[in-house]
Design a protein around this ligand. Structure first.
Ligand SMILES: Cc1cc2nc3c(=O)[nH]c(=O)nc-3n(C[C@H](O)[C@H](O)[C@H](O)COP(=O)(O)O)c2cc1C
Length: 426
């Protein structure tokens, strides 16, 4: 009796163990399926990337084939206080906190001794137009020549450190020597960044350096190069469409200034007040008239308003055009009903003039100008005001009023990319 009870218990335990093992196995295989979702692996896989070619490698031994190399110009004072510059490619950021830059110099250079003694240096970052000065600073020694005098470049005493910077260079960084390392042929000087000065002309609306405007000089293989085009934001390869990872084909989708302008366009409502040249306004109008129109009728007229009292009258009467008081010019895109032909009744002129208006807005963005579409048509009262202020004939119908000026930088583009607004029909 007791023996059969024991056998039953052993059997029950064995069945329980089997069931637990089965459940575990199913859970594991379930998780594995999730982890290996093919969509992600396939979309990200280099196998599907036609732009990638897998080359055969050849060993070159020990060579400095690191690209791109910077072409920094290092400023320092000698013992007598004479300012000097030397070009350095063996350099770069080496720490984030404190932000530090490493520059390696040979004892044969004058700068090596200057920095060792003065315990400070500046890093001057050149644009590609400055290649000749960079090259000169890297070919001649401050022992023999006064490089500032010979090039005509202007030395400015550092604001915070005992080293000169080059006035004409777009970015200058003042560094205080914190330590150095003997590496062999070179002594690596580590400089803590004390201040960074940047030409306003290369700053974007967010106050950050626009690398395209800086156009930094690159050094590599004994040659100087310009920087390439903007490719993509960091992290863009992680965007997805409907949960499926989307890897943009950078070379075709982003390496394109037009797309950059399209994505940077914003409605500018804050202006500096500075007048826009007639030449630039004409560039905008030419862009406007390059738009497609139904049956190529070009059913439009473009009024360019520069009369102060008219701009102010429009600002007063139109509810969303108050910024007209801050600009010297406005473009009013009008439908010309005498040119609309039999398409007039279909309202094609609205589409044609809208395409022209968008071209004007994009052209303004590309010239560094600001503009904003403020509506007239289809509001009867607004159409009436604009028609009256600008003394228009009845067959000219104002679609909008576009103030044009220089942006203060307060207005920023919006990211309107929403996957839910895309309907794929595969
Ligand atoms: C593109 C370029 C990069 C250079 N990079 C370095 C460098 O990283 N370190 C170095 O010691 N010399 C470098 N040199 C050489 C020095 O700039 C050169 O010896 C210069 O004459 C030194 O100037 P100085 O004696 O007035 O200090 C480079 C030269 C060029 C043209």
């Amino acid at each position: 009796m007791q023996k059969s009870k024991l056998i039953n218990i052993i059997l029950a335990v064995a069945v329980l163990v089997l069931v637990i093992q089965l459940v575990n196995k199913n859970e594991r295989s379930g998780r594995q399926t999730v982890e290996t979702t093919p969509a992600k692996a396939d979309t990200l896989s280099i196998k599907n990337d036609t732009a990638m070619k897998l080359f055969q490698k050849k060993s070159l031994g020990v060579r400095s084939e690191v690209y791109p190399k910077p072409a920094f110009v290092i400023g320092s004072y000698d013992k007598s206080g004479k300012p000097n510059i030397m070009t350095a490619a063996w350099a770069g950021i080496c720490n984030s906190n404190p932000l530090s830059i490493a520059v390696s110099m040979r004892p044969a250079t004058y700068s090596y001794h200057n920095v060792t003694e003065s315990k400070a240096f500046t890093v001057n970052i050149p644009s590609s137009e400055m290649a000749r000065y960079v090259d000169y600073a890297g070919r001649f020694s401050g022992k023999d020549v006064d490089k500032f005098k010979e090039t005509g470049l202007t030395p400015i005493r550092g604001e915070f450190v005992n080293a000169p910077y080059v006035k004409e260079f777009p970015i200058v960084i003042e560094c205080e020597l914190t330590t150095y390392h003997e590496l062999g042929s070179h002594r690596q000087f580590i400089g803590k960044v004390i201040d960074v000065k940047v030409d306003e002309a290369i700053l974007n609306s967010e106050g950050r350096v626009d690398v395209n405007l800086l156009n930094p000089l690159i050094y590599g293989g004994g040659k100087y190069f310009e920087t390439g085009k903007y490719i993509a934001e960091t992290g863009e390869s992680l965007h997805d469409i409907d949960g499926t990872p989307f890897v943009p084909d950078y070379s075709r989708k982003y390496a394109n200034e037009l797309l950059e302008v399209i994505h940077n366009r914003k409605s500018v409502r804050h202006f500096t007040g500075e007048a826009v040249s007639k030449m630039d306004i004409e560039t905008l109008l030419k862009a406007g008239m390059a738009a497609p129109t139904a049956a190529n009728r070009q059913p439009w007229k473009f009024y360019v308003v520069t009369a102060r009292e008219k701009l102010d009258l429009l600002a007063e009467a139109l509810p969303y055009a108050k910024m007209l008081t801050q600009v010297q010019t406005a473009i009013v895109v009008c439908g010309d009903m005498e040119n609309a032909g039999n398409l007039k009744e279909l309202g094609y002129w609205v589409q044609d003039c809208s395409a022209a208006s968008q071209n004007i807005l994009l052209a303004a963005e590309s010239l560094g100008l600001g503009a904003v579409w403020t509506a007239a048509y289809p509001y009867e009262d607004r159409v009436e005001v604009v028609t009256k202020v600008l003394d228009m004939p009845e067959h000219h119908v104002p679609l909008n009023v576009i103030p044009v000026g220089y942006p203060t930088g307060e207005d920023l583009p919006k990211d309107k990319w929403k996957t839910e607004n895309v309907v794929w029909k595969d």
